[in-house]
Design a protein around this ligand. Structure first.
Ligand code: GLU
Length: 297
């Protein structure tokens, strides 16, 4: 059985440190993109539908990560998150007739995504959020809009020679509370000691400080964190799970699921999805893969 170690949060977030490091090393810091997709001002929604309600409100609240480069990283100048998740949010809002500057962004971490939807604190969660059966018992998912895979990141030079998940038996590995990654690693390597934080930026800091030998989550997140501090980290090649990213929606709002899927279907077909990828995650992770199958998950 795993020994779970809950570690108190550390003061400074790694995102801030990493950004400073990125600037110092001459690597690209925060992506200055602030793309505004065309807003559908003619959309007509059935009275009483969730879409009509949001359209009339003229605002939407979206939960996303604030410390994850490439997907959701809060820009300290605009105060808005940037990344592929944020771009998906902007596309959906635009389809409801809501401009990107009328989105109320709320930070969600891995563990509070379902509660925030259930409590009505957010209308959508777009936050590297894996669609899985356990979560589907509580909430709905639109999508998927991307399929990631779980991987491992170690310190540069791989001092502990971690080449596969099984090498973590008897060692400390960092994961985030409430994440699919933490559940997966416990099942995959029962002998690993899983050290939990509430965010990936804190995990990266623990790895950098040698509190753990590795951190584990989706290859997308690890690739983004490494891109900000390539001198400190390296990825272990390969993935060992499939993580289809969905758009979290409250249980009682099934109509919004169909709407979100329609927006994604259109974005897959008209190039908006791959353009969003190219100007965010694609800058580090490479060309967009074919869009995922909306019927599969
Ligand atoms: N995709 C995984 C999950 O939804 C890991 C990433 C995250 O925690 O956001 O749990």
């Amino acid at each position: 059985m795993n020994r779970l170690i809950r570690v108190a949060s550390i003061g400074l977030t790694t995102a801030v440190l990493a950004l400073t490091t990125a600037c110092d090393s001459g690597a690209p810091a925060i992506d200055p993109i602030d793309y505004a997709p065309p807003v559908d001002t003619n959309a007509v929604f059935a009275p009483g539908s969730t879409m009509r309600q949001l359209q009339e409100q003229g605002r939407i609240t979206i939960g996303t990560k604030f410390d994850q480069p490439l997907f959701g990283l809060k820009n300290p100048v605009t105060g808005r998150p940037q990344g592929f998740d944020a771009e998906m949010g902007k596309l959906i809002a635009a389809g409801l007739g809501i401009a990107h500057d009328r989105i109320d962004w709320v930070e969600t971490v891995s563990a509070n995504r379902e509660p925030f939807l259930q409590q009505g604190r957010v209308d959508l969660v777009i936050a590297t959020y894996t669609i899985n059966d356990k979560r589907k018992e509580i909430i709905h998912f639109g999508g998927p809009y991307y399929v990631a895979g779980q991987a491992l990141m170690v310190r540069a030079g791989n001092p502990d020679r971690v080449t596969a998940p099984d090498d973590l038996a008897g060692k400390d590995v960092c994961a985030v509370e409430g994440s699919a990654s933490s559940t997966n690693i416990r099942h995959r390597v029962p002998g690993a000691r899983v050290v939990l934080f509430d965010s990936y930026s804190k995990c990266a800091e623990a790895l950098k400080n040698s509190q753990v030998v590795a951190m584990t989550t989706d290859n997308t997140i690890l690739g983004g964190l490494r891109s900000l501090d390539a001198e400190s980290f390296e990825l272990v090649p390969g993935t060992f799970t499939e993580e289809p990213y969905g758009i979290g929606i409250a249980r009682e709002r099934a109509d919004l699921v169909r709407f979100v899927d329609d927006i994604l279907r259109t974005a897959f077909a008209d190039g908006a999805w791959s353009a969003a990828w190219d100007r965010t995650a694609g800058r580090v992770l490479g060309a967009a893969p074919p869009p995922p199958d909306l019927e599969r998950y």
